[in-house]
Ligand binder design. Structure first.
Ligand code: HEM
Length: 415
């Protein structure tokens, strides 16, 4: 990508008093003011304690995502400085690979995510969403995050992978170390994401190993008796080993559940905060509701890369091996691209938002995520009075660098 070499010393990388630590709970509570300062004062920001350099402007983040030769994914997208190392592949599959491995695996897996296959999932997704919405409306008061938005994406992925309903609670519990979600919904830093697998509790390691064993048993079953699910498609292809399929199943749970959950939570919350936007959303603008939420309060705030060669950025020469932190959440609020970026406006053009990343690693599940979110929001609009309530005092947010959002969102609805 083309670094802007002319903007130099005033970026004051080392001397700036601007402090940005993505693991700081105060930053996590509302990172956008810090992002605005990063973009204005320090578009290349160094955090020596955490060992990363952050890019926050839309042009820079997009360019880095597009330049996968210079910006390697081989240590995975987590901010943590390579604690994953060679283990990244076992849990993160091809999101932690470069070509040619990435190209080979993604091409095989993409066959399970064609537009036709994804569109065919709509009736299944609608049935799942309708069930959860009906139960919520019946209760009246419920936790939107725990009882609705966290359930739907996990059920959809379980359907895709062929995990029967009776096993889903167990999968949810054992996958918590991957997603940074604790079972009681209290959130907290994901052990896997902040400190790497070495820092996990023994119980978390046991959970992941047992989940891996469970996934391996599904793969073995499909080898003898294929069904109409994604794992059967991958097994039938013949190009992937059992270990590769299991790693991909881990990736699906990690990448595909928490993100979609946070999108739904944010849509629900921001529409509640702004009655005019809520009226538009409930008046038929469901797709703009989803797209503007993706831009305004994007679930995947950042992704990491490792420089493969010395690179000059903003007058600073960064050596090969430098850990780069690409702030998608900030790029989507860049005033150079979006007018009044801090206003939540369903009428705006969101086509330049990069919520699903860009380049080789552009989210494979984006069409599925959009389908799930649209269908769930449509079901809510159909069943719920627009005059719903949220209890802001009961909201709990995740303290997680990569994927951010709410894990508790108490709400009250009327039919
Ligand atoms: C990759 C965001 C939902 C599967 C990514 C990346 C982003 C992202 C930003 C790029 C990571 C990087 O470049 O390092 C999101 C958001 C979602 C979402 C915001 C929901 C709103 C899903 C779903 C699935 C999924 C539902 C599948 C069921 C994947 C996979 C990759 C990926 C497999 C890796 C692609 C590759 O490395 O080639 N996602 N995602 N995502 N996502 Fe998603």
């Amino acid at each position: 990508f083309q670094p802007v070499a002319s903007v130099v010393a005033w970026c004051g990388v080392e001397s700036s008093r601007l402090a940005y630590d993505p693991y700081d709970p105060d930053v996590n509570a509302d990172p956008f003011p810090v992002y605005a300062r990063l973009r204005a004062e320090s578009p290349l920001y160094h955090n020596p304690e955490r060992g990363f350099w952050a890019l926050s402007r839309h042009a820079d983040v997009s360019a880095a995502l597009a330049d996968s030769a210079r910006c390697s994914s081989d240590h995975g997208p987590m901010l943590d400085r390579g604690a994953w190392g060679p283990q990244a592949r076992a849990y993160l599959s091809f999101v932690a690979m470069d070509p040619p491995d990435h190209t080979r695996m993604r091409a095989i897996v993409a066959r399970g995510f064609t537009a036709r296959r994804v569109a065919a999932l709509e009736p299944m997704i609608r049935a799942i969403a309708r069930g959860y919405v009906a139960r919520a409306v019946e209760k009246g008061s419920f936790d939107f995050a725990q009882e609705l938005s966290a359930r739907i994406p996990l059920d959809v992925i379980s359907e895709l992978m062929g995990v029967p309903p009776s096993d889903r609670a167990g999968v949810r519990r054992r996958s918590a170390p991957l997603t940074g979600r604790s079972e009681d919904g209290a959130g907290g830093p994901g052990a896997m994401t902040e400190r790497g697998p070495g820092a996990m509790t023994e119980e978390a390691v046991r959970d992941l190993l047992s989940l891996g064993g469970y996934y391996a048993s599904i793969v073995a079953e499909r080898r003898t008796a294929p069904r109409d699910d994604l794992v059967s498609v991958l097994v039938a292809d013949g190009g992937l080993s059992d270990e590769e399929i299991v790693a991909f199943m881990f990736l699906l749970v990690g990448a595909g559940s928490e993100t979609t959950t946070h999108l739904l939570n944010a849509a629900w919350y921001w529409a509640w905060r702004d009655p005019a936007q809520r009226a538009a959303a409930f008046g038929g603008a469901v797709v703009p509701w989803m797209e503007e939420t993706l831009r305004f309060d994007t679930p995947a705030h950042g992704t990491a890369r490792r420089l493969t060669e010395p690179t000059e950025l903003y007058g600073t020469l960064l050596p090969a091996g430098t850990r780069m932190w690409l702030l998608i959440g900030s790029a989507n609020r860049d005033e150079r691209v979006f007018a009044s970026p801090d206003s939540y406006d369903l009428t705006r053009d969101t086509s330049r938002a990069i919520s699903f990343g860009a380049g080789r690693h552009h989210c494979l599940g984006a069409p599925l995520a959009r389908l799930e979110a649209r269908v769930t929001l449509e079901e809510l609009v159909r069943a719920v009075d627009p005059d719903y309530d949220v209890d802001p005092g009961g909201i709990v947010r995740t303290a997680h660098a990569n994927v951010q959002g709410m894990v508790r969102l108490p709400t009250r609805v009327k039919p």
